[in-house]
Design a binder for this molecule. Sequence first.
Ligand code: NAP
Length: 317
Amino acid sequence: MQTDHQSQITDHQSQITDHLKIALIGANGMLATMIRERVPQDCNIHLFDLPDFDLNDRYQVVDVLSSLAPDVIINCAAFTNVDGAETERDLAMSVNGTAVGFLVEAALAVEATLVHISTDYIFDGQATTPYVESDVPNPQSVYGKTKLSGEQAVLNSDLEKYFIVRTSWLYGPGGNNFVETILRLAAEREELRIISDQVGSPTYTADLADAVFFLLAASASPQPPASSLYGLYHFANEGSCSWYEFACAIVEEAQKRNFPLKVQRIHPIATEDYPLPAKRPANSVFEKQKYKAATGADIPGWRDSLNAYFLQREARS
Ligand SMILES: NC(=O)c1ccc[n+]([C@@H]2O[C@H](COP(=O)([O-])OP(=O)(O)OC[C@H]3O[C@@H](n4cnc5c(N)ncnc54)[C@H](OP(=O)(O)O)[C@@H]3O)[C@@H](O)[C@H]2O)c1
Protein backbone atom coordinates (compact mmCIF):
# COMPACT_ATOMS: atom_id res chain seq x y z
CA MET A 1 0.00 0.00 0.00
CA GLN A 2 1.29 3.47 -0.83
CA THR A 3 1.79 6.05 1.89
CA ASP A 4 0.33 9.54 1.41
CA HIS A 5 3.80 10.82 0.61
CA GLN A 6 4.42 8.08 -1.97
CA SER A 7 1.07 8.70 -3.65
CA GLN A 8 1.86 12.44 -3.78
CA ILE A 9 5.09 11.51 -5.53
CA THR A 10 3.28 9.28 -8.03
CA ASP A 11 0.69 12.00 -8.75
CA HIS A 12 3.36 14.61 -9.30
CA GLN A 13 5.52 12.31 -11.39
CA SER A 14 2.62 11.59 -13.68
CA GLN A 15 2.41 15.32 -14.36
CA ILE A 16 5.88 15.18 -15.92
CA THR A 17 4.55 13.38 -18.96
CA ASP A 18 6.38 15.05 -21.79
CA HIS A 19 9.51 12.88 -21.68
CA LEU A 20 11.81 15.46 -20.16
CA LYS A 21 15.42 15.17 -21.25
CA ILE A 22 17.56 15.64 -18.14
CA ALA A 23 21.32 16.22 -17.93
CA LEU A 24 22.57 15.09 -14.50
CA ILE A 25 25.91 16.67 -13.57
CA GLY A 26 28.02 14.98 -10.87
CA ALA A 27 26.10 11.81 -11.70
CA ASN A 28 28.21 9.45 -9.56
CA GLY A 29 27.84 11.37 -6.30
CA MET A 30 25.62 10.61 -3.31
CA LEU A 31 22.63 12.82 -4.15
CA ALA A 32 22.88 12.03 -7.85
CA THR A 33 22.67 8.32 -7.02
CA MET A 34 19.20 8.97 -5.63
CA ILE A 35 18.18 11.34 -8.43
CA ARG A 36 18.90 8.43 -10.78
CA GLU A 37 16.77 6.09 -8.68
CA ARG A 38 13.82 8.45 -8.20
CA VAL A 39 13.67 10.00 -11.67
CA PRO A 40 10.15 9.65 -13.15
CA GLN A 41 9.99 6.72 -15.56
CA ASP A 42 9.18 8.73 -18.65
CA CYS A 43 12.20 11.04 -18.34
CA ASN A 44 15.42 10.51 -20.30
CA ILE A 45 18.38 11.01 -18.04
CA HIS A 46 21.92 11.62 -19.36
CA LEU A 47 24.81 11.25 -16.92
CA PHE A 48 27.91 13.46 -16.65
CA ASP A 49 30.78 13.20 -14.18
CA LEU A 50 34.56 13.10 -13.90
CA PRO A 51 36.75 11.93 -15.54
CA ASP A 52 34.90 12.16 -18.89
CA PHE A 53 33.10 15.40 -18.09
CA ASP A 54 34.84 18.17 -16.16
CA LEU A 55 32.66 21.00 -14.98
CA ASN A 56 35.75 23.22 -14.86
CA ASP A 57 36.12 22.97 -18.64
CA ARG A 58 33.87 25.76 -19.92
CA TYR A 59 34.20 24.75 -23.55
CA GLN A 60 33.28 21.12 -22.79
CA VAL A 61 30.34 22.06 -20.57
CA VAL A 62 28.77 24.47 -23.04
CA ASP A 63 29.56 22.33 -26.09
CA VAL A 64 28.31 19.02 -24.66
CA LEU A 65 25.15 20.47 -23.14
CA SER A 66 24.34 22.57 -26.18
CA SER A 67 24.58 19.45 -28.38
CA LEU A 68 22.38 17.46 -26.02
CA ALA A 69 19.88 20.31 -25.59
CA PRO A 70 18.31 18.99 -22.36
CA ASP A 71 15.06 20.36 -20.96
CA VAL A 72 16.55 20.29 -17.47
CA ILE A 73 20.11 20.41 -16.10
CA ILE A 74 20.42 19.10 -12.53
CA ASN A 75 23.73 20.07 -10.93
CA CYS A 76 24.75 17.70 -8.14
CA ALA A 77 28.48 18.15 -8.81
CA ALA A 78 30.47 19.96 -6.18
CA PHE A 79 33.72 20.09 -4.27
CA THR A 80 32.14 18.73 -1.06
CA ASN A 81 35.18 18.20 1.17
CA VAL A 82 34.35 21.00 3.61
CA ASP A 83 37.65 20.90 5.50
CA GLY A 84 39.70 20.18 2.36
CA ALA A 85 38.30 23.36 0.78
CA GLU A 86 40.17 25.41 3.38
CA THR A 87 43.44 24.44 1.68
CA GLU A 88 42.18 23.70 -1.87
CA ARG A 89 40.49 27.08 -2.25
CA ASP A 90 41.04 27.52 -5.96
CA LEU A 91 39.67 24.14 -6.98
CA ALA A 92 36.70 24.52 -4.60
CA MET A 93 35.90 27.97 -6.02
CA SER A 94 36.28 26.73 -9.55
CA VAL A 95 33.84 23.79 -9.16
CA ASN A 96 31.39 25.32 -6.70
CA GLY A 97 31.45 28.87 -8.00
CA THR A 98 32.87 29.64 -11.44
CA ALA A 99 31.70 26.44 -13.15
CA VAL A 100 28.09 27.04 -12.12
CA GLY A 101 28.32 30.02 -14.46
CA PHE A 102 29.15 27.62 -17.31
CA LEU A 103 25.96 25.68 -16.56
CA VAL A 104 24.01 28.94 -16.59
CA GLU A 105 25.52 29.73 -19.99
CA ALA A 106 24.52 26.30 -21.31
CA ALA A 107 21.02 26.56 -19.81
CA LEU A 108 20.52 29.96 -21.47
CA ALA A 109 21.78 28.63 -24.81
CA VAL A 110 19.27 25.75 -24.94
CA GLU A 111 16.51 27.30 -22.77
CA ALA A 112 16.86 24.56 -20.18
CA THR A 113 15.74 24.77 -16.56
CA LEU A 114 18.71 24.63 -14.19
CA VAL A 115 18.37 22.89 -10.82
CA HIS A 116 21.35 23.76 -8.64
CA ILE A 117 21.96 22.32 -5.17
CA SER A 118 23.35 24.53 -2.42
CA THR A 119 23.91 24.34 1.30
CA ASP A 120 23.12 25.58 4.81
CA TYR A 121 26.85 26.47 5.10
CA ILE A 122 26.18 29.75 3.29
CA PHE A 123 24.72 30.97 6.63
CA ASP A 124 26.75 31.84 9.72
CA GLY A 125 24.44 29.88 12.02
CA GLN A 126 23.86 32.75 14.44
CA ALA A 127 20.09 32.97 13.85
CA THR A 128 17.87 31.85 16.70
CA THR A 129 14.97 30.91 14.42
CA PRO A 130 14.86 28.74 11.26
CA TYR A 131 16.45 30.37 8.21
CA VAL A 132 14.17 31.67 5.44
CA GLU A 133 15.32 32.02 1.83
CA SER A 134 15.58 35.81 2.12
CA ASP A 135 17.93 35.75 5.12
CA VAL A 136 21.29 37.30 4.39
CA PRO A 137 24.06 34.73 3.78
CA ASN A 138 27.29 35.06 5.72
CA PRO A 139 29.42 31.97 5.08
CA GLN A 140 32.13 31.22 7.63
CA SER A 141 34.10 28.63 5.65
CA VAL A 142 35.78 28.54 2.25
CA TYR A 143 33.30 25.83 1.20
CA GLY A 144 30.38 28.06 2.22
CA LYS A 145 31.86 31.02 0.35
CA THR A 146 32.36 28.98 -2.82
CA LYS A 147 28.81 27.60 -2.66
CA LEU A 148 27.45 31.11 -2.19
CA SER A 149 29.43 32.16 -5.26
CA GLY A 150 27.70 29.36 -7.20
CA GLU A 151 24.29 30.63 -6.09
CA GLN A 152 25.24 34.15 -7.18
CA ALA A 153 26.32 32.87 -10.61
CA VAL A 154 22.68 31.84 -11.07
CA LEU A 155 20.98 34.72 -9.29
CA ASN A 156 23.01 37.44 -11.02
CA SER A 157 22.48 35.97 -14.49
CA ASP A 158 19.68 36.42 -17.03
CA LEU A 159 18.48 32.88 -16.38
CA GLU A 160 14.83 32.86 -15.38
CA LYS A 161 14.10 29.13 -15.34
CA TYR A 162 16.05 27.89 -12.32
CA PHE A 163 15.67 26.28 -8.93
CA ILE A 164 18.39 26.71 -6.33
CA VAL A 165 17.69 24.19 -3.57
CA ARG A 166 19.62 24.65 -0.34
CA THR A 167 19.81 21.56 1.81
CA SER A 168 21.57 20.34 4.96
CA TRP A 169 23.19 17.31 6.61
CA LEU A 170 22.71 14.97 3.63
CA TYR A 171 23.01 11.21 3.87
CA GLY A 172 22.08 8.38 1.56
CA PRO A 173 23.51 5.45 -0.35
CA GLY A 174 26.58 5.91 -2.49
CA GLY A 175 28.47 8.42 -0.40
CA ASN A 176 30.51 9.07 2.72
CA ASN A 177 28.06 10.42 5.23
CA PHE A 178 27.49 10.88 8.96
CA VAL A 179 25.22 7.82 9.31
CA GLU A 180 27.84 5.49 7.84
CA THR A 181 30.62 7.14 9.87
CA ILE A 182 28.71 6.64 13.12
CA LEU A 183 27.89 3.02 12.25
CA ARG A 184 31.58 2.34 11.57
CA LEU A 185 32.76 4.08 14.76
CA ALA A 186 30.05 2.41 16.87
CA ALA A 187 31.25 -0.97 15.64
CA GLU A 188 34.89 -0.15 16.48
CA ARG A 189 34.74 1.85 19.74
CA GLU A 190 33.08 1.63 23.16
CA GLU A 191 32.79 5.41 23.56
CA LEU A 192 31.91 8.13 21.06
CA ARG A 193 32.22 11.89 21.59
CA ILE A 194 29.83 13.85 19.37
CA ILE A 195 29.19 17.59 19.03
CA SER A 196 25.97 18.69 20.71
CA ASP A 197 26.01 22.47 20.17
CA GLN A 198 25.36 22.46 16.41
CA VAL A 199 21.72 21.99 15.46
CA GLY A 200 20.34 21.18 12.04
CA SER A 201 18.09 18.88 10.04
CA PRO A 202 19.40 15.58 8.69
CA THR A 203 18.17 15.07 5.14
CA TYR A 204 17.79 11.75 3.35
CA THR A 205 18.83 11.99 -0.30
CA ALA A 206 15.67 10.12 -1.37
CA ASP A 207 13.51 12.92 0.04
CA LEU A 208 15.64 15.63 -1.57
CA ALA A 209 15.56 13.82 -4.92
CA ASP A 210 11.76 13.66 -4.67
CA ALA A 211 11.68 17.35 -3.75
CA VAL A 212 13.59 18.21 -6.93
CA PHE A 213 11.01 16.35 -9.01
CA PHE A 214 8.13 17.94 -7.05
CA LEU A 215 9.51 21.37 -7.95
CA LEU A 216 9.97 20.40 -11.61
CA ALA A 217 6.46 18.94 -11.71
CA ALA A 218 5.02 22.09 -10.13
CA SER A 219 6.75 24.23 -12.75
CA ALA A 220 5.38 21.96 -15.51
CA SER A 221 1.75 22.41 -14.47
CA PRO A 222 -0.16 25.39 -15.88
CA GLN A 223 -1.29 26.79 -12.50
CA PRO A 224 0.30 28.78 -11.01
CA PRO A 225 2.49 30.02 -13.87
CA ALA A 226 5.98 28.49 -13.73
CA SER A 227 7.57 31.94 -13.75
CA SER A 228 6.20 32.55 -10.27
CA LEU A 229 7.67 29.27 -8.95
CA TYR A 230 11.27 29.48 -10.11
CA GLY A 231 13.76 30.67 -7.53
CA LEU A 232 15.52 29.79 -4.32
CA TYR A 233 14.18 27.12 -1.93
CA HIS A 234 15.13 25.59 1.40
CA PHE A 235 14.63 21.85 1.74
CA ALA A 236 15.53 19.46 4.57
CA ASN A 237 13.69 16.75 6.45
CA GLU A 238 11.24 18.01 9.08
CA GLY A 239 12.41 18.48 12.65
CA SER A 240 15.87 19.19 13.96
CA CYS A 241 18.51 17.77 16.26
CA SER A 242 22.13 18.16 17.26
CA TRP A 243 24.84 15.92 15.77
CA TYR A 244 24.88 14.19 19.19
CA GLU A 245 21.13 13.48 19.02
CA PHE A 246 21.51 12.33 15.42
CA ALA A 247 24.30 9.91 16.45
CA CYS A 248 22.16 8.54 19.33
CA ALA A 249 19.27 7.96 16.89
CA ILE A 250 21.57 6.17 14.42
CA VAL A 251 22.88 3.85 17.14
CA GLU A 252 19.30 3.24 18.36
CA GLU A 253 18.22 2.23 14.83
CA ALA A 254 21.25 -0.06 14.54
CA GLN A 255 20.59 -1.65 17.95
CA LYS A 256 16.95 -2.32 16.96
CA ARG A 257 18.33 -4.28 14.03
CA ASN A 258 20.92 -6.17 16.12
CA PHE A 259 23.96 -4.67 14.41
CA PRO A 260 27.14 -5.98 16.10
CA LEU A 261 28.14 -2.77 17.94
CA LYS A 262 30.85 -2.16 20.54
CA VAL A 263 29.61 1.26 21.60
CA GLN A 264 28.51 1.60 25.23
CA ARG A 265 28.35 5.36 25.71
CA ILE A 266 27.93 8.45 23.53
CA HIS A 267 29.17 11.69 25.11
CA PRO A 268 27.93 15.14 24.06
CA ILE A 269 30.83 17.54 23.48
CA ALA A 270 31.20 21.19 22.47
CA THR A 271 32.38 22.33 19.03
CA GLU A 272 35.54 23.74 20.65
CA ASP A 273 36.42 20.26 21.95
CA TYR A 274 36.58 18.90 18.40
CA PRO A 275 38.46 21.50 16.36
CA LEU A 276 38.21 21.19 12.58
CA PRO A 277 39.74 23.37 9.85
CA ALA A 278 36.38 24.73 8.62
CA LYS A 279 33.92 26.54 10.87
CA ARG A 280 30.36 25.11 10.82
CA PRO A 281 27.11 26.98 11.56
CA ALA A 282 25.69 26.43 15.06
CA ASN A 283 22.14 26.66 13.71
CA SER A 284 21.36 25.18 10.29
CA VAL A 285 17.62 24.77 10.61
CA PHE A 286 15.57 25.85 7.58
CA GLU A 287 12.06 27.26 7.31
CA LYS A 288 10.53 25.27 4.41
CA GLN A 289 7.17 26.95 3.94
CA LYS A 290 8.07 28.28 0.51
CA TYR A 291 8.79 24.76 -0.77
CA LYS A 292 5.58 23.38 0.75
CA ALA A 293 3.46 26.17 -0.74
CA ALA A 294 5.02 25.74 -4.20
CA THR A 295 4.64 21.96 -4.36
CA GLY A 296 1.81 21.13 -1.96
CA ALA A 297 4.02 18.26 -0.83
CA ASP A 298 4.60 17.00 2.70
CA ILE A 299 8.14 16.63 4.00
CA PRO A 300 8.99 13.47 5.95
CA GLY A 301 10.38 13.88 9.48
CA TRP A 302 14.08 13.14 9.95
CA ARG A 303 13.47 10.16 12.27
CA ASP A 304 11.08 8.51 9.81
CA SER A 305 13.55 9.08 7.00
CA LEU A 306 16.42 7.65 9.03
CA ASN A 307 14.31 4.53 9.51
CA ALA A 308 13.59 4.49 5.76
CA TYR A 309 17.34 4.69 5.06
CA PHE A 310 18.00 1.68 7.31
CA LEU A 311 15.21 -0.25 5.54
CA GLN A 312 16.70 0.62 2.19
CA ARG A 313 20.17 -0.33 3.40
CA GLU A 314 18.84 -3.75 4.45
CA ALA A 315 17.12 -4.22 1.09
CA ARG A 316 20.37 -3.43 -0.73
CA SER A 317 22.53 -5.86 1.28
N1 NAP B 1 26.78 16.10 1.67
C1 NAP B 1 26.17 17.00 2.42
O1 NAP B 1 26.04 16.85 3.66
C2 NAP B 1 25.58 18.23 1.79
C3 NAP B 1 24.90 19.15 2.61
C4 NAP B 1 24.35 20.29 2.01
C5 NAP B 1 24.46 20.50 0.64
N2 NAP B 1 25.15 19.59 -0.12
C6 NAP B 1 25.24 19.84 -1.56
O2 NAP B 1 24.53 18.81 -2.21
C7 NAP B 1 25.12 18.55 -3.49
C8 NAP B 1 25.39 17.07 -3.64
O3 NAP B 1 26.28 16.67 -2.60
P1 NAP B 1 26.80 15.16 -2.48
O4 NAP B 1 27.10 14.94 -1.04
O5 NAP B 1 25.89 14.24 -3.21
O6 NAP B 1 28.19 15.30 -3.27
P2 NAP B 1 29.23 14.16 -3.66
O7 NAP B 1 28.77 12.82 -3.20
O8 NAP B 1 30.58 14.65 -3.23
O9 NAP B 1 29.14 14.17 -5.24
C9 NAP B 1 29.67 15.21 -6.01
C10 NAP B 1 29.96 14.65 -7.38
O10 NAP B 1 30.48 15.72 -8.18
C11 NAP B 1 31.61 15.23 -8.88
N3 NAP B 1 32.51 16.31 -9.26
C12 NAP B 1 33.41 16.97 -8.51
N4 NAP B 1 34.11 17.84 -9.25
C13 NAP B 1 33.63 17.73 -10.52
C14 NAP B 1 33.96 18.34 -11.75
N5 NAP B 1 34.95 19.25 -11.84
N6 NAP B 1 33.29 17.98 -12.85
C15 NAP B 1 32.31 17.05 -12.81
N7 NAP B 1 31.94 16.42 -11.66
C16 NAP B 1 32.61 16.76 -10.53
C17 NAP B 1 32.27 14.30 -7.87
O11 NAP B 1 33.22 13.47 -8.52
P3 NAP B 1 34.49 12.95 -7.64
O12 NAP B 1 33.92 12.14 -6.54
O13 NAP B 1 35.27 12.18 -8.65
O14 NAP B 1 35.19 14.19 -7.15
C18 NAP B 1 31.04 13.55 -7.36
O15 NAP B 1 30.68 12.48 -8.20
C19 NAP B 1 26.36 19.44 -3.57
O16 NAP B 1 26.02 20.62 -4.26
C20 NAP B 1 26.64 19.79 -2.13
O17 NAP B 1 27.31 21.03 -2.02
C21 NAP B 1 25.70 18.47 0.42
